[in-house]
Ligand binder design. Structure first.
Ligand SMILES: NC(=O)C1=CN([C@@H]2O[C@H](COP(=O)(O)OP(=O)(O)OC[C@H]3O[C@@H](n4cnc5c(N)ncnc54)[C@H](OP(=O)(O)O)[C@@H]3O)[C@@H](O)[C@H]2O)C=CC1
Ligand SMILES: CC(=O)N[C@@H](CCC(=O)OP(=O)(O)O)C(=O)O
Length: 343
């Protein structure tokens, strides 16, 4: 049995880790932290876990994290980078759900995240956590930087096109919308029901911090510098991301459906839908699955890819557990075979 520590256990990705790990046959959470809730029972704050979690929150400053086999950071950006070096030095494996180790260039990272990186030496040691892209590297990693929620859906949608070299790499467009849980659990006026419901808006159009992460990943796939126009939106719902991606074909003879079906044929968590069937957020809700469809409207030059995911599962905690399974040599799908919640 693998012992798991979670730093940041009161947030949405923290409680999602607890929900998913409760169904994992080979992992047991032994430490879970919160500064605000230290001493309180987890199932008192989260009654959905009654009967599944006997732990109380502990303060991160005194938590015995090095006694764990693996530690998840479900903390805001700019937190993990201060504590991870000690865990790495103690040979503990770490999976960071935040963006602290996602960008390889420390200067670029601080440009987008607003302060100097506290442990830049670890950036080259960290492995980017998107198993469909680099499964083998994750399996051998001590530190995994889980892909962000929008970057997961957008990279998986563009991946087959860029690997096959059939689209213009300077003209990629990603219009994506997220449910409000993507913004985390802390109180903010912008996320109140009365601000969000019955409305739909774009945000971060001039530059969102996921842009360098998306371009870094896709450039590595394409073998050249790619340029993406990324426009995120806030959807008046709790969970889910829907990304609509646009690219210009550079060839006319591409079997797009075949390309996507073949690329993801062996991927347990990527489901390519039949032509004419479009993914919905609700069919992947609560699951580690991404659903994708691809179209070439009117046979014209623009390819349109639609991707849905649950931002808290494949976009965060499920993907983190998928990485844990790989790192520990366990079957990749262990504990992650939930079916979507309908309606
Ligand atoms: N929500 C989403 O859909 C996704 C989130 N992520 C990323 O995962 C991370 C967590 O997100 P989310 O769960 O939404 O965040 P929340 O804001 O909901 O939760 C943050 C958690 O971190 C703890 N925390 C905050 N500051 C510190 C600190 N300085 N030291 C230790 N613990 C701290 C908080 O508890 P306390 O303050 O009591 O210690 C809380 O438990 C973020 O980096 C986020 O960007 C990634 C993909 C998707
Ligand atoms: C709706 C909403 O606000 N979403 C967040 C992104 C989600 C997130 O936490 O980002 P990471 O994947 O990088 O961790 C945002 O746009 O900042």
């Amino acid at each position: 049995m693998v012992s798991v520590g979670i730093v940041g256990g009161t947030g949405y990705t923290g409680v999602e880790l607890l929900r998913l790990l409760a169904a994992h046959p080979e992992a047991r959470v032994t430490v879970i932290t919160s500064r605000a809730e230290a001493g309180r029972r987890v199932d008192d704050l989260y009654p959905n876990l009654r009967g599944h979690c006997e732990l109380a929150f502990s303060d991160p400053a005194s938590a015995e994290l090095t006694a764990c086999d693996i530690v998840f950071f479900a903390t805001p950006h700019n937190v993990a980078m201060h504590s991870v070096p000690d865990l790495i030095a103690a040979d503990t494996r770490v999976i960071d759900l935040s963006a602290d180790y996602r960008i390889r260039d420390a200067q670029l990272w601080s440009q987008w995240y607003g302060e100097p990186h506290a442990s830049p030496d670890l950036l080259s040691k960290a492995v980017y956590g998107l198993p469909e892209l680099n499964r083998d590297a994750i399996a051998g990693a001590q530190l995994v930087a889980c892909a962000g929620c929008y970057p997961t859906s957008i990279q998986l949608g563009f991946l087959p096109l860029l690997e096959a070299g059939v689209v213009d790499t300077v003209n990629l467009i990603a219009s994506a919308a997220s449910g409000v849980s993507g913004a985390g659990r802390q109180a903010k006026v912008d996320n109140l029901l009365s601000e969000v419901s019955d409305s739909f808006k774009a945000y971060g159009v001039s530059g969102h911090r996921h842009l360098p992460e998306i371009e870094q990943g896709l450039s590595a796939v394409a073998g050249e510098s790619v340029s993406v126009t990324f426009v995120p939106h806030l959807l008046p719902m709790v969970r889910g991301i829907h990304a609509t991606l646009y690219a210009q074909l550079t060839r006319t003879d591409v079997d797009l459906q075949g390309l996507f079906a073949e690329r993801y044929a062996d991927e347990p968590f990527v489901d390519v839908l039949e032509t004419g069937t479009y993914p919905q957020t609700r069919t992947v809700r609560g699951t580690n699955r991404v659903q994708i469809s691809v179209e070439q409207p009117q046979g014209r030059n623009t390819v349109v890819v639609m991707v849905t995911e649950d931002n808290l599962v494949k976009g965060a905690s499920g993907q983190a557990i998928q990485a844990m399974n790989l790192m520990l040599g366990m079957p990749e799908t262990l504990g992650l075979t939930q079916i979507g919640l309908l309606p």
